[in-house]
Design a protein around this ligand. Structure first.
Ligand code: AMP
Length: 148
């Protein structure tokens, strides 16, 4: 069984395990939806962070946000991809982690989300923590202990 005294989630900080922001794909509030769809399609990600021009975290945009918005009453409105911007369809109501939050707090958020954005005290995005990253740490710890 995983020994929590060896890998204590309450003692590990989010900033040690996150993907740094310079490696995180993102879009900006005023980008046209076409650009956001291109970023999501080319990266293969379902959702990416939305930032303001100065790096402030604003929320998330996903493929389904864009596709849902394109569905008109009886047809797909492709023109909206040029007419609307990210801020028209994105989700603003997103929970974040602080750099000095523990993995225990992250664990609760990552049950419902694939990834969570990590921000500093000015709400600038510093990185993301993914469910995959957390599970890898727990797996590594599990096998390390089995070989001791
Ligand atoms: P993964 O754990 O790699 O499957 O990623 C889960 C989700 O986290 C992806 O679908 C994206 O929404 C987000 N994600 C992971 N890595 C990145 C990245 N480098 N840039 C932007 N979003 C990412």
């Amino acid at each position: 069984m995983l020994n929590v005294t060896e890998f204590d989630l309450t003692q590990k900080l989010v900033n040690e395990y996150m993907i740094d922001s310079d490696k995180v794909a993102h879009v900006q509030l005023n980008n046209p939806l076409k650009h956001a769809l291109l970023v999501l399609t080319k990266t293969g990600y379902n959702a990416v962070p939305v930032l303001d021009y100065d790096g402030t975290f604003k929320g998330l945009i996903s493929k389904s946000h864009i596709i849902e918005r394109m569905f008109g009453l009886d047809q797909i409105e492709v023109d909206l991809l040029d007419e609307k911007t990210v801020k028209d369809v994105m989700d603003y109501n997103i929970k974040t982690l602080q750099l000095d939050d523990t993995l225990e707090k992250a664990l609760h958020l990552l049950i419902d989300h694939n990834f969570v954005c990590v921000v500093n005290h000015s709400n600038t995005m510093e990185g993301i923590l993914t469910r995959r990253q957390l599970l890898k740490q727990i797996r590594n710890q599990f096998y390390q202990q089995k070989t001791i």
